[in-house]
Design a protein around this ligand. Structure first.
Ligand SMILES: [Zn+2]
Length: 77
């Protein structure tokens, strides 16, 4: 469930709020809805390693390091 951190623009009270769907957060102190969202808490990004996709492997049939099919290129005589 999403937890957002806000600073109330009216009384400057800082708090965290759980927001469900289109529900709007409000300051627990003065019940104002003019809030400034704080984004620093959820700056976590899910990085997926994709190193294996950048370089083609050796030819599957003969092991030529130039890549799949490379062994067949200069071999047309
Ligand atoms: Zn407030």
């Amino acid at each position: 469930m999403p937890i957002f951190e806000y600073i109330c623009q009216q009384c400057h009270h800082q708090f965290e709020a759980l927001i469900y769907g289109k529900e709007k957060a409000e300051c627990p102190k003065c019940h104002a809805t003019k809030l400034e969202p704080q984004l620093s808490v959820f700056a976590v990004s899910a990085k997926s390693p994709s190193a294996s996709a950048s370089r083609p492997g050796p030819c599957a049939s003969c092991g030529d390091p130039r890549g799949p099919g490379a062994c067949a290129l200069g071999d047309l005589d």
